[in-house]
Design a protein. Structure first.
Length: 572
């Protein structure tokens, strides 16, 4: 029996302008969710779509929205806001607006879209809304603010409502805003809910938003198959995590763009300052940064300005203290209890591990193991997107073992009860020489250093803020005060730590006898070899690391003859 023929974009009766934009984006064929959802939405049905992260949900609802507006343009006599797209975070709103911009490339004059989620000037946004764009992208709170201010009216002309990442709408505290917003919408409109999971919150939202919906629950695993996404775990206590990460990065055993997840915002900066001491560049992404800075960080990472981004996911918002607990149930209870314990101002419209389209990510490293199964799934979903390959490496301490067991039990159900989290073969004794460097660098990043680094970042944002430039021109003394502020003594960077001497390298990665050069050169010699071959040749095995090249090790070839001579000189 032959397989059912796949429906292509040109067979969906889409406008030629949309097809040309899709061709320019070089999308060869629709994904499973796009092939299934687009025809249903074009028919005018309400749809609840559940598909795994990276499956193309944004385009699955964006294409029908644009097509519907183009159809309405043929019969309507006036300009109006026809579609409202809601998303729980500002980053996701910007991402959706970017996809819409790409898809309306050939019909930009006919279909106009604006994103009002950012903390922009309300008057500026009011003037943009006064022009009645066809599509408005927003967070629920910003949308209801503009509706109450009479900056946009949806009661008469709205034709389509889309709620993206629906399972986060309630957990981000938008339940009241969404319910209130529905009172300002027409009696008849088409609705779409898009989500990676069908949680209780999504089902609650379904009851109040959708009418006789078609539910698309694609029979596919939450994450990419094992042939595309590999999961590894490595047992390591707090003292060893930093050493292992340093060794992995410096020896080029982790290659390509990487996202490192930690549990709290402070640990983002601690890890960044730690890596800086070894000249390993990275950027930080967390809920306490302004939306513009977060979006810039994501953009720079996607463009390749940074190869490493350090992030704290949304669970850090719920458990600011980041304390480790013994069981999954205990963690859930404590996270609810401690939601309000942090005095820092966090942006609830931010979610790092969810939805954001980090492009071409090769590795996700869980420096701190996620607090629950859902967080693991969404962290892992940042890599192996589309048809790309990816890997997830999780550091697991003894106290985090129950969390890992819960994740393993959950993931194995989708892979015929096969073991998913494979043990990463890494012999810590082989990089024992890295430990003293690592410990010194980790201890150098004190709480004061972290605090001052964050103050330095805030001061830099004040100086770069365009809105404050006019104020500084009128008040030059305030600008001078900021610039003359005391130097922030963060962690001292020692240039020599950027190099790894060959005597510190494991035997399998060390240059040949008599060869000169630094550790990176030795690492580059095996860069072209696949990981399996490297492990076979000795690295990652349980062999004891031996220093065979005595003359290349200054700790073994140090001589004291000159000391006697200098001592004699001093005596005279």
């Amino acid at each position: 029996m032959s397989e059912e023929k796949k429906v292509m974009f040109h067979e969906m009766e889409l406008d030629d302008r949309i097809l040309k934009a899709i061709a320019k984006l070089a999308w060869p064929e629709p994904t499973l969710i796009q092939e299934t959802a687009i025809p249903l939405l074009l028919e005018g049905k309400d749809v609840l779509m559940r598909a795994r992260t990276g499956s193309g949900k944004t385009a699955a609802f964006s294409i029908p929205v644009i097509q519907k507006i183009l159809n309405l343009k043929n019969t309507s006599t006036h300009q109006a806001i026809r579609a409202l797209i809601l998303s729980p975070s500002k980053e996701l709103c910007g991402q959706i607006a970017s996809v819409l911009q790409d898809l309306t490339l050939k019909c930009a004059r006919e279909v106009r879209c604006i994103d009002i989620s950012a903390n922009g000037d309300m008057q500026t946004q009011k003037s943009l809304l006064a022009n009645k764009p066809d599509i408005v992208v927003s967070t629920p709170s910003k949308a209801i603010t503009h509706i109450k201010a009479n900056n946009m009216r949806l009661k008469d002309d709205l034709a389509m409502l889309v709620v993206d990442e629906a399972d986060l709408i309630f957990s981000f505290g938008y339940e009241d805003e969404v319910k209130e917003l529905l009172g300002f919408l027409p009696k008849i409109y088409q609705s779409v809910l898009a989500s990676a999971t069908l949680s209780d919150d999504v089902l609650s939202l379904k009851k109040i938003v959708l009418r006789n919906p078609v539910t698309l629950k694609l029979e596919e695993p939450e994450l990419a198959p094992s042939s595309q996404l590999q999961h590894y775990h490595l047992f390591a206590e707090e003292d060893d995590k930093a050493t292992i990460l340093y060794a992995l990065l410096k020896l080029n055993l982790v290659r390509g763009k990487s996202i490192i997840f930690v549990r709290t915002v402070d640990r983002c900066y601690k890890l960044k300052l730690y890596l800086e001491q070894f000249k390993i560049g990275s950027c930080v992404l967390n809920s306490e940064l302004p939306a513009a800075v977060r979006c810039l960080s994501v953009d720079q990472f996607n463009r390749g300005r940074y190869q490493i981004i350090i992030a704290s996911d949304e669970k850090a918002l719920e458990q600011p203290d980041g304390g480790l607990l013994d069981g999954v149930e205990d963690i859930r209870k404590k996270s609810k209890k401690n939601k309000q314990t942090s005095k820092r101002k966090k942006d609830k419209e931010s979610g790092v591990s969810r939805g954001i389209d980090f492009q071409n990510v090769s590795n996700v490293i869980n420096f701190d193991f996620p607090l629950d199964i859902t967080s693991y799934v969404h962290r892992a979903g940042r890599t192996a997107r589309g048809t790309n390959q990816g890997s997830v490496l999780s550091f697991v301490s003894t106290r985090e073992a129950p969390l890992m067991e819960a994740v393993e039990a959950h993931l194995s159900k989708g892979f015929n009860n096969q073991k998913v989290l494979q043990k990463y073969e890494f012999a810590l004794e082989e990089v024992e020489g890295f430990r003293y460097r690592s410990r010194d660098a980790w201890r150098a990043v004190t709480r004061i250093a972290v605090r001052e680094a964050r103050l330095k970042e805030i001061k830099q944002e004040l100086l770069n803020c365009k809105k404050l430039q006019g104020y500084f021109e009128e008040n030059p003394s305030d600008l001078a005060a900021i610039r003359r502020d005391k130097a922030l003594h963060t962690v001292k960077v020692q240039p020599q730590l950027a190099h790894v001497p060959s005597y510190l390298l494991p035997a399998a990665l060390r240059p040949d006898e008599g060869a000169e050069g630094e550790g990176e050169e030795g690492a580059r010699e095996v860069e072209g070899k696949p990981p399996a071959k490297r492990r076979k040749e000795g690295y990652g095995n349980a062999k004891r690391f031996k220093y065979e090249a005595r003359q290349s090790n200054p700790l073994r070839s140090f001589k004291v003859k000159s000391m006697k001579k200098s001592q004699a000189t001093e005596d005279t």
